[in-house]
Design a binder for this molecule. Structure first.
Ligand SMILES: Cc1cc2nc3c(=O)[nH]c(=O)nc-3n(C[C@H](O)[C@H](O)[C@H](O)COP(=O)(O)OP(=O)(O)OC[C@H]3O[C@@H](n4cnc5c(N)ncnc54)[C@H](O)[C@@H]3O)c2cc1C
Ligand code: FES
Length: 279
């Protein structure tokens, strides 16, 4: 875990009210795994304690030579013309977030060249079953954020990935260009404005038998609908939770969820849990 300063390299509003930010942080990029998160100070001068958890969306691995742990120097800033909108460069991680309240509103105002205080990578990420080949990823809304890093890593391992992504309407759907081109991308919108009409959980049954492992992130009703499907425990279904959080490091017990293994802290014991363990 690194506590230090990360540099904003790029920030763009990629969907209405949804922001993608590339952060220069070689040490976090070196250590981060899909499903982990970064606790970011949101740069609001009136509230220095304002830290918010955001999933690692994509990881620019390698290239840490000469970088000091967690320290950003203004010379690390890349020209905006050299920034690939969707892919962070080596030594960077990206985050994808909705502007919801005070913290994310402040974060969305950050500009390239700004420095933010960060702690990360935090929590336990997703894990691959060594025997798995076919992966089904199920995303509700911005639950897609951690699943893209997972898809990148699965593609590197030459696994076959289908990503089901759901949103109310097409304005909540990332373009295919935002994803690794090797994966199958199946879109569901509730109003039918893009892809299949209906909720994303409605499409899951079609892929369950094919999948060796299932990875999920999305709003609570979606996770509850997937629990109700009673997916066979042999599928090793894992879910990344996005519960309310305070300290982010396991100290305050402000993020407890009830599981079959007893109460667990989302920030420290999760945020990734076995779907079948959740109550
Ligand atoms: C492990 C983890 C990973 C996350 N990853 C992402 C991500 O990649 N992209 C993304 O858009 N969002 C993500 N979230 C949710 C994100 O942290 C909240 O949207 C954000 O904290 C809201 O802060 P705010 O100040 O803008 O909103 P406010 O509503 O003003 O926040 C007030 C308080 O409520 C809490 N809160 C409000 N909504 C949520 C929520 N949905 N989940 C958790 N806490 C909430 C905040 O922590 C804060 O303490 C993640 C949450 C967790 C726990
Ligand atoms: S947020 Fe403090 S224990 Fe999890």
């Amino acid at each position: 875990m690194i506590q230090g300063t990360v540099g904003v390299v790029a920030r763009a509003e990629v969907l209405p009210n949804v922001f993608l930010m590339h952060l220069r942080t070689p040490e976090i990029a070196k250590r981060a795994h899909p499903g982990q998160f970064i606790h970011l100070a949101c740069d609001d001068a009136s509230d220095p304690l304002l830290r918010r958890p955001l999933s690692v969306h994509r990881i620019g691995r390698a290239g840490v030579a000469g970088a000091k742990a967690g320290i950003y120097s203004p010379s690390d800033r890349r020209e905006s013309s050299s920034v690939d909108l969707w892919r962070p460069a080596e030594g960077e991680v990206s985050v994808l977030f909705a502007r919801i309240g005070k913290g994310t509103t402040a974060l969305a105002r950050s500009n390239p060249g700004d420095a933010l205080s960060a702690i990360g990578p935090l929590g336990n990420g997703f894990s691959f079953d060594p025997k798995a080949r076919n992966l089904l990823l199920v995303a509700g809304g911005l639950g897609i954020a951690p699943l893209v890093a997972l898809a990148d890593e699965a593609v590197e391992r030459e696994m076959v990935v289908t990503l089901l992504a759901g949103a109310r309407t097409e304005s909540g759907i990332l373009p295919a260009a935002a994803l690794p081109p090797e994966i199958e991308y199946v879109v569901c919108t509730e109003d039918g404005s893009h892809g299949r009409q209906g909720v994303v959980t409605g499409a899951v049954a079609e892929f369950v038998d094919w999948a060796d492992q299932i990875f999920v992130c999305g709003p609570r009703p979606m996770v509850e609908a997937l629990i109700a499907l009673r997916i066979s425990p042999t599928k090793s279904a894992q879910v990344a939770l996005e519960e309310h959080m305070a300290c982010g490091i396991g100290a305050c017990l402000g993020c407890i969820v009830q599981t079959r293994r007893g109460p667990q802290r989302v920030c420290r014991d999760g945020p990734v849990f076995r779907l079948g363990d959740l109550r």
